[in-house]
Design a protein around this ligand. Structure first.
Ligand code: A3P
Length: 329
């Protein structure tokens, strides 16, 4: 970037117009390509296991889709944390989409009113807050993270122990973690995997999914280790990590939206609370509202590494205790 700026400046000042940027870009491309090759080779050597709708590799004690491990490795070499980053984290199927909608709405409420032009009415929450290790194929695409204006709102399913160093929270960033009852999580995962994995034939039955989940073998699993890493750190660093539970949020969403806004350093003013703005945020981000929007029903999202998902796959029932309804299956 700096060289690009210098080259442009030199041209403006009447210096020779040799394009110094192209050789620089070529060099960058070569080094990023060789890094990609090295990362692919590293991932190919990791222990592998079939069993979910996707093959998973064991990377530093966690079972993760090999393509997302590549994304994590790239982040570890190239991600530059900022002191005001906000990172939304969770095990998959624990309420990530909901948290993305809430955090986006809270932190952008001075920019976007709740009327017809609100971005959530026309964009899937997964498009408004991108997942760091999922939404890119090459190192170059990490540039999109660099291009985002501060404060950045990002998301990841990465375990805390895999965060790029220096860790975001070590330099002032904040993390919000959402945990969910694991029985509901595995049921949600199973339905989700059936949607994009070719149905039950490829994912197996729910019973076998539960068995492997309990053994710690699930995408981004073991489930409890993932939660506990964040939970422990949230106790010692409560100003840096906010640990929330899906069930608590469902039982009193307004209280949690107020708490979330406070943590994100975007507290509601007395006037806003009198005007019931927190209630408005809850309404806009509710399962009923979001799942009913055309933007979330039609089309595909997350187009990365050939993984294409229906937008509607992120909205199923949105209730607490659905596992009970699967007891007899
Ligand atoms: P169910 O499959 O139990 O319905 P994630 O976003 O982490 O992938 O989690 C998906 C789960 O969150 C799904 O659970 C989905 O229905 C639920 N969900 C999506 N949007 C929600 C919202 N606005 N409020 C509550 N739950 C929501």
């Amino acid at each position: 970037m700096q060289r690009r700026a210098m080259a442009a400046q030199a041209t403006e000042e009447g210096s020779p117009t040799t394009d110094t940027t192209s050789s620089y870009d070529e060099a960058a491309a070569i080094s990023s390509a060789s890094q990609d090759t090295a990362i692919t080779a590293l991932v190919s050597k990791l222990p592998r296991r079939e069993g979910w709708s996707q093959e998973l590799v064991l990377y530093k004690n966690y079972w993760i889709n090999p393509l997302f491990v590549q994304g994590i490795m790239r982040l570890q070499t190239s991600f530059k944390p900022r002191h005001d980053d906000i990172i939304l984290t969770s095990n998959p199927k624990c309420g990530t989409t909901w948290m993305k909608a809430l955090a986006f709405t809270i932190t952008n409420r001075s920019r976007y009113e709740f009327g017809n032009n609100h971005p959530l009415l026309s964009h899937h929450p997964q498009e408004l807050v991108l997942s760091m290790e999922i939404h890119h194929d090459t190192n170059d695409e990490l540039n999109y993270l660099e291009a985002l204006p501060s404060p950045r709102l990002l998301a990841t399913h990465m375990p805390l122990s895999l965060f790029p160093q220096p860790s975001s929270i070590a330099i002032g960033g904040r993390i919000v973690y959402v945990c969910r009852e694991p029985k509901d999580t595995v049921v949600s995962w199973w339905h989700f995997a059936n949607k994009f994995g070719g149905g039950e034939q490829s994912t197996g039955n729910l019973e076998s999914a539960i068995d492997t989940f309990i053994q710690g073998f699930s995408p981004y699993g073991p489930f409890w280790e993932h939660c506990l890493e964040y939970r422990r750190q949230s106790i010692t660093s409560s100003d840096k990590i906010l640990f929330l539970k899906y069930e608590d949020m469902m039982s009193d969403p307004v209280k949690h939206v107020i708490k979330l806004a406070m943590f994100l350093r975007a507290p509601f003013s007395t006037k806003e609370e009198e005007d019931r703005v927190p209630e408005e945020v809850v309404r806009l981000c509710s399962f009923e509202k979001l799942s009913g929007l055309r933007a979330n029903q039609k089309g595909e999202t997350i187009r990365t590494h050939d993984v294409v998902l229906d937008k509607s796959a992120f909205f199923r029932k949105g209730v607490v205790g659905d596992w009970v309804n699967h007891m007899s299956e």
